[in-house]
Design a protein around this ligand. Sequence first.
Ligand SMILES: Cc1cc2nc3c(=O)[nH]c(=O)nc-3n(C[C@H](O)[C@H](O)[C@H](O)COP(=O)(O)OP(=O)(O)OC[C@H]3O[C@@H](n4cnc5c(N)ncnc54)[C@H](O)[C@@H]3O)c2cc1C
Length: 391
Amino acid sequence: MNDYDAIVIGAGPAGSSLALHLAAQGRSCALIDGATFPRSKVCGEGIMPHGLHALQELGIEPEGAPFVGLRYLLEDGTRAASRFPQGLGGLGVQRSELDAELVRRCQAEPRIDVRLGAWARAVHLPSAPGERASVELGDARLTAPVLVAADGCRSRIRRQAGLEAPLLGAARFGVGAHFAHAPRADPMVEVFLGSGYELYSTPVSAELTCVALLTYREGLARLQGDLEGGLRELLAASAGRAQFLADAPLAGGPVRGIGPLAVQSTRAHAEGLLLVGDAAGGLDPITGEGVSLALVTSKVASEVLAGAYARNDFSARRLAAWTRQRRRAVRGLQRFTQGLLYLSRNHAKAERIVRTLAEKPDTFERLLAVAAGTSSLGSLRLRDGYRLLVA
Ligand SMILES: Cc1cc2nc3c(=O)[nH]c(=O)nc-3n(C[C@H](O)[C@H](O)[C@H](O)COP(=O)(O)OP(=O)(O)OC[C@H]3O[C@@H](n4cnc5c(N)ncnc54)[C@H](O)[C@@H]3O)c2cc1C
């Protein structure tokens, strides 16, 4: 049987969690991914508390290294650290393991037909209400009244549907690797702020630390040709945990790069089509929110689809509710991300802010509550704004 209630392309956190939500509603779907799992993915691998909560709602308790907050570091050794509010915690977890666990859950669900190692290339998107979407996979033709593109930051479906927004601002790139290194009981994600780049280090198990570098085109150009050597040089010139990692052995594969990041969509819906996760428009990873947001918003997308099934209406008009609700869910974090990106381009200001946060931990705590998903940007006090502005 090749007719489904939905076809989901991409079995990363966005696609697989959406498939699980649809199955819980009694809907059938085909979940297609070109990769076979476990597969690796360039990522900082820090899951924020609200992302962990979304996983727990799906009955998933991934194994990893818990963290309780964030620490920013400058070259001169200045550090500002804070914990999440209300004793909340995040989790450092290898994406190869987290994504494989989500896919395993989908495989165990009879309503989800998981097809791995199958790149969706011939995709027909509906152009009129009532038309079905279809995907040709080998000899099979899969059809459904709605197609969900969860195919990541370089989404082909987003381009095919003409929904890719022009890149605004300077393009950003990511580089990631794992190092065999066991930090001594240090449950913090550490962020080293360099000039024109940031280095994240997240313990993901007792023996492994994930490193993610975020930089601009010029920064990437300096690394090209020798990603590993370039990354090690930046680690050696940093401070704190990142500096220790400079000589640690690589684990679990070579250093890899990806980008441009955070490409946006003009809208996250069309006739018989939803874009979810990074395909709908990623946040710059500077806030470490991508996976959490994908998990939290896929539930919202499944609720919009529940309304569409109830009325058997998959028109762009009905699915527009998803674009509106997604924008509402993402708005606060998007502003927060833009603020951090401004600092990433203004190193002197970023250094002053880290010093302010080191001296004013209450402001840092309230900022972290926004990142943890427990408070909105509106919860920041006037004095927080003042401290950050005058820094
Ligand atoms: C350097 C860096 C650091 C990051 N750090 C963090 C962090 O610390 N915390 C955090 O939460 N987020 C982080 N992110 C963001 C996070 O990785 C993404 O937001 C997240 O992976 C989005 O999930 P997704 O399911 O939308 O897409 P993905 O995880 O990219 O999954 C997309 C899937 O689609 C499949 N696919 C693509 N095209 C096709 C096709 N045509 N046919 C079939 N399958 C297809 C791919 O194989 C892939 O499995 C980081 C990102 C980068 C680049």
